[in-house]
Each structure stands twice: as structure tokens, then as C-alpha cells.
Design a protein around this ligand. Sequence first.
Ligand code: ATP
Ligand code: MG
Length: 421
Amino acid sequence: MITRPKGTYDIYGEDAKYYNYINNVFTTISELYNYNYVRTPIFEESNLFHRSVGETSDIVTKETYDFKDRGDRDLTLRPEGTAGVVRAYIENKMYGDVNQPIKLYYSGTMYRYERPQAGRYRELSQFGVEVLGSDDAMQDAEVISLAYRAMEEMGIEDITVKINSLGDKETRDRYRDALKDYLEPHIDTLCEDCQKRFKTNPLRILDCKVDKDNEVLKNAPKIKDYYNLESKERFAKVLEYLGYLDIDYELDDNLVRGLDYYNHTVFEFVSNMEELGNANTLGAGGRYNSLVEQLDGPSTPCVGFACGIDRLILILKELNKDKTIENNLDVYITAVNEEEKLKAITLAQDIRLSEIKCEIDTLNRSLKAQFKQADRLNARLLILLNSEDLQRGIITVKDNLTHEETKVDENEILDYIISNV
Ligand code: ATP
Ligand code: MG
């Protein structure tokens, strides 16, 4: 038997219902916030990720799926969504559109070679938004509030927005030097990965999952002491807007994010649910004002987030574990002989086109077995087709709650169903 590749899973049954539900909530809310859908390829030129996510990031050094196609091109399965959206923005010259800023949302699968565990897969799904072309702190607040409100709409209340500012490049450079000076004498106490990060990406040491309880990191210099005035004022403004929007946030000095392209605002949505272990970050994002330029586009300030749909499925399943998912079939049509089947399939079409959920039997079950199936599906109304009735232009409808049967004129059946489901 052929099995699925390690780290992947099949989304079906209850998971599939939650998957669609989560996407629907995010999509509806994004549309309300006036974002437009964008779809970019699942594979891109490998260079795109090296130049955006960063040569020294965990994702690029350890997690990408790289391959050569039959034309000897170096390609990579996308590990995240932002790089592709920014590439599309530049390549399609969206910066020239009259409508600015460009506000986009996407949903799709990403690929990371990680050690699989609860809430951590090699094929994962993300929903995200990117706003390209606005530098205003209000835009940061809008992006955060969109994600927050969507998750709230899903019934997840236990979310903390952890937030920090990395300041501008000047701030980051000064801070990086100070952090290195501080860490140098303590380097032996850090994990192996952090010893490498010390040379390549020292800020990343701050959000290392292995070293997170190390006293050395707790006492490290804080980036907030290195902000210049502009960075400080901008961060204060973002927090002020979040306050007005009633969003609970927690300042987190050690939040730096694993990707290289962030500056100024960075944030994460964290769940306090135990089951998720160290996979309890539901989403994350931030401002990336130099990425478009870094990828050869015109200088464009941007901000966005991405949420992990797989982790949201786990959370929603846990939150709703005592509730059974109601099957909400409206109408089940029983039919046994050919004349009844012909009526069943045409009537089902009319009912479905009236936006009423309807099921017919395609297994040639006995009438008794069809009744049982209707009960299993929790059908509200049963349409009991039989040849004798049909010859008299009549259809029998049974209310599956009261068990009451009604004879309805064939010409009025659709109206009857519409007013009784
Ligand atoms: P983590 O710190 O948990 O590894 P990350 O910083 O790598 O997360 P991002 O790149 O910010 O994650 O991705 C945004 C969201 O995508 C995460 O908050 C998480 O919900 C989800 N996500 C990331 N990696 C995985 C994965 N391997 N499996 C499932 N979901 C994931
Ligand atoms: Mg990760």
C-alpha cells in the first residue's frame, strides 16, 4: 500500500469542515476590510526565497524543499506566502495601479522540512494578508485587528497578541552590535544552533525555543533601549490604535521573528491551549519596508500576517469537542423504481437550485434502508415518491420531526418545501 509522505496529512471529514469554515471566516472578513484575493505559484525560483526570507533564516537553511525541474531550473516549494506575493507585486507592476495601497489576501499550502509533531507538518496551510504601499501605523493596526477579529469570530477567545518593534535599520544595526558584545562571553551556555546564529543572525537567538529559559537571554539588552525617535514614536502609535480597537496585546522584548525581512512592528498570535505544546503560535506577521526594494522593485512599505490553518483546526476541534457537528440536511428524497428515480433527480435539482440542501439515493437501497439513511443524515423533510401518487399528480411529504405526512400537489411541491424547511 502506498502511504502519504512523512509530515503530511489528509484533510477530510471533520477536519475538512473546519478547514473550509476557517477559510470562509478569513475570506469574509478580509473582503469586509476591502482586501482582494491573490494566488501565486506553489513553486518559485529558489533564489526568491534566498533573497527574501534570508540566507541565514531557519527556513532557508534547514526547511526548504528544493528541486530541479526537467529543464534544469532550480525551484523551491514555497515555505511561506509573502515572498511570492511581493514577487507578483513587482512583476505585475501593481505599484502603478491607481488604487493604493494594494491590499491582498491568500490561502494555500506551504512546505517546510520540519520534524513532524502536533501542529507542525511538512505540508501546512496558511491564510495571510499583505498590504503593499502604506507606511502608516494605522495600517499595522488594521492588519492585526483583521486577524484578531477573524479568530474571535471562530470562537477562539484565549488569544494574546505578542508585539514588539525591531525599529528601523539603524536601530537594528546598533542593537545587533550591543547584543553580540553582551552574548560573546556567554556563548558556551547557548544551544548549538544559537552558537551558529551568533555569527549569522544574532537577533534570532532571542526567540530560540531551546534557550528560552536561559538566564543569559532574560538579562540580555533590550531593543527598546536602542530605538531612535522615529521608531519609538511609530511603535507608540501602533499600540495606541490597538488600544482604541480593544485588542489585548502584550509587549514582548524577545519577539524578533525568524525571517530576515521584518522591521518595525512584529507580532504573533499565541494560544494558551496546552495541547499545542511549542506549536502554540497561531499566526504571525509584521512590517517589512525594505523587501520590495531588496527584490528589485521600487521602495514600498508593507505589512502583513499569516495564520496557520492546521493549528486553527486543532484548536477548533478541541474547543468544540463536546458539541457534535449537526448534520443539517434539509430534504431527503426516496425513490425505488425508474419512474420515481427520474422524478427524484429532477426534483432534487430544483430544490438544490433553490439553495436547499437535498440528498437522493444512488446506491439502489431498499425503501427501508433509504429511511434509515435519511435519519442518519438528520433530514428535516422526507419526500416519499411513489408511482401511484405520481400518476395522480401528487407527492407525499413527511416531516421527520413530527412524523406527520402531507399530500401536496406536484405543481406546488417546491413552494411547499421552501416554506417548510
Ligand atoms: P514556529 O515558531 O511555530 O515554527 P514560524 O515562526 O516558523 O512558527 P511563520 O513562518 O510565522 O511560523 O508562519 C505563520 C504561522 O504558520 C505560524 O504561526 C503557524 O501557525 C503556522 N505554521 C508554521 N510552520 C508550521 C508547520 N510546520 N506546520 C503547521 N503550521 C505551521
Ligand atoms: Mg518555524
